[in-house]
Design a protein around this ligand. Structure first.
Ligand code: NAD
Ligand code: TYD
Length: 352
């Protein structure tokens, strides 16, 4: 059995679905169900059949200790986090609480549990911490991609809180010997992505006839990875990663934001043309830039390929097409997650 935290969010739910499709090992899923957590992502799983959901906070040390003692997992995979840069700019407090204090409490509960395990179980136990490339800061146009030895230079409250959590995980290995592995991954996209992030927001706004907001000049670069590839990389790190190491995960897909939005518009023009037959890219609107906006992220995913034999299965072209298809086929999911509080967020972030 494994314990997954944040398994009702975007990446966590994809991970749980893929895990259950490939393994008969039981998953306990601990998630607080913030605005980003959604049990509808897991609707295809019957609770009790390989999966048990528990609503709760990773910062609730008593609850986590009880879950560990009662279920005796062989691994913990920590996805739980506040994850949206723009929200971290409006209100950093939740990011400090979950990403830093929460990770600390989780590490302490896991350490106590691991200390109580016997020889073989103790040796086999793993704590996998899922983190981001944003901890490395911003690259210039010609800088080499981020390697695992790159200095941490986080620039947003989100990336600073994730950097702090990575440091805690590292310290729990060096000081207490806790068998940890950390992954730093680039921007994910795919099914169940909450439409506050660029790709699902653009698909949702395009179909709704709303403006497609481009921050600044739209020339900021991100490396994009299809979410299922991120999940397969985490499984590989869990199975074969060297304890105490970090692994960068990326898709070798550096793209300027404007190019990503043009690609989405072109796929939508083909799959779901506008009623007036005009191109979706006419909806593109340039808006005020994000404060402290990182210019470029790029991941050197050579280490995980060389040492663990992992490579992404999807190219950007195949993954983005699957993603647009998924959103077209799952409009009921989009409608449900974009009601209520979501509208308040869009009003606050984009105004009129
Ligand atoms: P998400 O915001 O979609 O999901 C986060 C999940 O964590 C939600 O289900 C939420 O309810 C849960 N959660 C939040 N606070 C919690 C708490 N205190 N206790 C328990 N559960 C809590 O995020 P995501 O995009 O799925 O990201 C998952 C992880 O991967 C995060 O740690 C993020 O930093 C990391 N990551 C994300 C990306 C990306 O592109 N989305 C890239 C690299 C790394
Ligand atoms: P986002 O999906 O928020 O991920 P991150 O900030 O973690 O990289 O944003 C991806 C890029 O798209 C980033 O450079 C910000 C930009 N962006 C826009 O131009 N407009 C938008 O409405 C959003 C949400 C993001």
């Amino acid at each position: 059995m494994i314990l997954v935290t944040g398994g009702a969010g975007f990446i966590g739910s994809n991970f749980v679905l893929d895990w259950l499709a490939q393994s008969d090992e039981f998953v306990i899923n601990l998630d607080k169900l913030t605005y980003a957590g959604n049990l509808e992502n897991l609707a295809s799983i019957e609770d009790g059949l390989g999966h048990h959901f528990v609503q709760g906070d990773i910062a609730d040390a008593d609850l986590v200790s009880r879950l560990l003692a009662g279920n005796q997992p062989r691994a913990v995979i920590n996805f739980a986090a506040e994850s949206h840069v723009d929200r971290s700019i409006h209100g950093p407090e939740d990011f400090i609480q979950t990403n830093i204090v929460g990770t600390f409490r989780l590490l302490e509960a896991v350490r106590a549990y691991w200390n109580g395990l016997d020889g073989k179980d103790r040796a086999a136990f793993r704590f996998v911490h899922v983190s981001t490339d944003e901890v490395y800061g911003s690259l210039g146009k010609d800088d080499p991609a981020f390697s695992e030895s790159r200095r941490y230079e986080p620039n947003s409250p989100y990336s600073a809180s994730k950097a702090a959590s990575d440091h805690l995980v590292r310290a729990w290995y060096h000081t207490y010997g806790l068998p940890v592995l950390t992954t730093n991954c680039s921007n994910n996209y795919g099914p169940y992505h909450f439409p506050e992030k660029l790709i699902p927001l653009v698909i949702h706004h395009a179909l709704a006839g709303k403006p497609l907001p481009i921050y600044g000049d739209g020339q900021q670069i991100r490396d994009w990875l299809y979410v299922k590839d991120h999940c397969s990389a985490i499984r590989r790190v869990l199975d074969a990663g060297k304890v105490g190491e970090t692994y960068n995960i990326g898709g070798w897909n550096e793209k300027p934001n404007l190019e990503v939005v043009h690609t989405l518009c072109a796929i939508l023009d083909e799959l779901q043309p506008r009623a007036d037959a005009r191109p979706y890219r006419e909806q593109i609107t340039y808006v005020k830039d994000r404060p402290g906006h990182d210019r470029r992220y790029a991941i050197d995913a050579g280490k995980i390929e060389r040492e663990l034999g992992w490579k992404p299965a999807e190219t950007f072209e195949t993954g983005i097409r699957k993603t647009v298809r998924w959103y077209l086929d799952n409009q009921a999911w989009v409608r449900n997650v974009t009601s209520g509080a979501y509208r308040e967020w869009v009003g606050k972030q984009y105004g009129n």
